[in-house]
Design a protein around this ligand. Structure first.
Ligand SMILES: C[S@@+](CC[C@H](N)C(=O)[O-])C[C@H]1O[C@@H](n2cnc3c(N)ncnc32)[C@H](O)[C@@H]1O
Length: 294
């Protein structure tokens, strides 16, 4: 049964009904609800963003106003509508090799150090992009592994994971097809070697696509993060900025537990763990910083 039918409400879009504004008390309720589900905290100055993103769900579901939509979420609608709401409110901006200095240190310092710590005949290194959006970040890792690291370290098995809370971006990630903006930082030799190009679509060849495993994972869910074990490198970039300090602390502490001793956490280029945790040892490189589990 449709949402409207369940609520017994007339089919009018919020704009058409003249009720497009999100009242402050409801803004409070929505932001608390979203925070409790995801750790994402909408500051007061981001009310307009929440209003317009939730407004899209009102239009999509034909719900007349925010109150009715919230009522639906809390009264049985969450199972189907919550993923849609989360898809609508998350910001998914990303591109390949977004922060070149980070990929340089991964290749030149972090992976060599991690490999040197492994003495077994066929060690495995587990690399995790923990809010991977459309996959550009884990595929950037996969490209480095495929193009250079695998030949340099033939005895090492690399496992690459990409997870996100947004189900739509995960579908795009699995398809592995991108526009020119997304691949603007991919070095041209890599672009021609590992992508097929059709008009303005760059599609990763299966040999690269198949090396990344994608899954839904909510970083604010401790139990879900606890399923990710023995990780050697975590990229958790440009997502903590959407959390408040409390949810940042919780997520970073879960990520710490997922890492192997000696493993690394990288956050976004303009982000810091200062004031969030002292559990990691910050390791300074020329143009960037990495956090090591000592
Ligand atoms: C701006 S993108 C960053 C993508 C990539 N890490 C980068 O730096 O280019 C932020 C991503 O975090 C995801 N996200 C937000 N809250 C999350 C949560 N609680 N758990 C997992 N992913 C989350 C969003 O869906 C979005 O795809």
């Amino acid at each position: 049964m449709s949402l409207l039918a369940q609520l017994n409400l007339p089919a009018r879009s919020p704009a058409a009904s003249g009720k497009a504004e999100l009242p402050d008390p409801l803004f409070e309720q929505f932001r608390r609800f979203i925070y409790e589900q995801t750790g994402i905290y909408f500051q007061d100055n981001k009310k307009y963003l929440l209003e317009s993103r939730v407004g899209r769900r009102l239009t999509a579901t034909g719900t007349p106003d925010y109150q009715a939509y919230f009522h639906y979420l809390l009264n049985g609608g969450a199972a189907t509508e919550l993923p849609e709401l989360i898809n609508a409110v998350t910001i998914n901006e990303t591109f390949f090799f977004r922060t070149p200095p980070q990929f340089e240190i991964i290749e030149e310092h972090i992976i060599p150090e991690l490999v040197a710590q492994r003495t077994g005949p066929a060690p495995t290194l587990r690399l995790w992009s923990a809010a991977c959006s459309t996959g550009d970040e884990p595929y950037s890792l996969a490209l480095i592994v495929r193009d250079r690291l695998q030949a340099r370290y033939p005895r090492v098995r690399f496992e690459i994971y990409g997870t996100d809370i947004n189900t739509e971006v995960l579908e795009t990630a699995r398809a592995g097809s991108y526009g020119p903006r997304a691949v603007r930082n991919v070095p041209p030799p890599m672009l021609s070697r590992y992508f097929t190009v059709e008009r303005d679509h760059y599609t990763l060849k299966p040999e690269v696509r198949e090396t990344v495993r994608f899954a839904y994972l909510n970083l604010f869910d401790r139990n879900a993060v606890a399923t990710m074990r023995n990780i050697d490198l975590i990229l958790c970039a440009n997502v903590l900025i959407y959390f408040d300090n409390k949810s940042k602390q919780q997520v970073v502490s879960s990520l710490y537990n997922s890492l192997n001793k000696g493993g690394y956490l990288l956050v976004g280029f303009s982000e810091t763990l200062y004031g969030v945790t002292q559990a990691f040892q910050p390791v300074r490189f020329d143009k960037t910083i990495a956090y090591k589990k000592g």
